[in-house]
Design a protein around this ligand. Structure first.
Ligand code: MG
Length: 161
């Protein structure tokens, strides 16, 4: 078994869509970033890469590479899942936290889990997403940004890829 951990932070700005786990969340602010700025997918990618000791998302998909501009982050997640499988592992389970003051994420969580399960080609019951506000404290509470955490357990696949 291998364990991995990932985090991410993005600024919330006008004029960008708010995309969490590949799902567009209706809101007047969205995540700044070179790619589509999806903080949940970025944290999951870092957790997966951490578990196979293959650095981090910025190492594989640099934000100074023009080809990653406005990139759909589900591409990064598909590529990282390939690396996981090529290294002989499969996902046991993933647990995540999204820290966001507004809007309420809870109604969107089933769609986020369903979307992530399709991208990663695993069962929805292997993925958990929790949403927390920050009681108006700090950059999350002041609605200036969003932060995420993800932890993943990988298990050896039985030779089949
Ligand atoms: Mg990011």
């Amino acid at each position: 078994m291998r364990i991995g951990f990932g985090t991410d932070i993005h600024k919330l700005v006008e004029g960008r869509p708010l995309i969490v786990g590949g799902v567009v969340i209706p809101h007047h602010l969205g995540c700044s970033g070179h790619s589509d700025g999806d903080p949940l997918i970025h944290a999951i990618c870092d957790a997966l890469l951490g578990a196979i000791a293959l650095r981090d998302i910025g190492f594989h998909f640099p934000d100074n590479d023009p080809s990653n501009k406005n990139m759909d982050s589900s591409f990064f997640l598909r590529e990282v899942m390939k690396m996981v499988r090529e290294n002989g592992y499969q996902v046991g389970n993933i647990d995540t936290v999204v820290n966001l003051q507004k809007p309420k994420l809870s109604p969107h969580i089933p769609f986020i889990i369903d979307n992530l399960s399709k991208i990663m080609e695993i069962s929805p019951n292997q993925i958990n997403v929790k949403a927390k506000t920050a009681e108006q404290l700090g950059f999350v509470g002041e609605e200036k940004g969003i932060s995420t955490e993800a932890i993943v357990l990988l298990v050896k696949s039985d030779g089949e890829n």
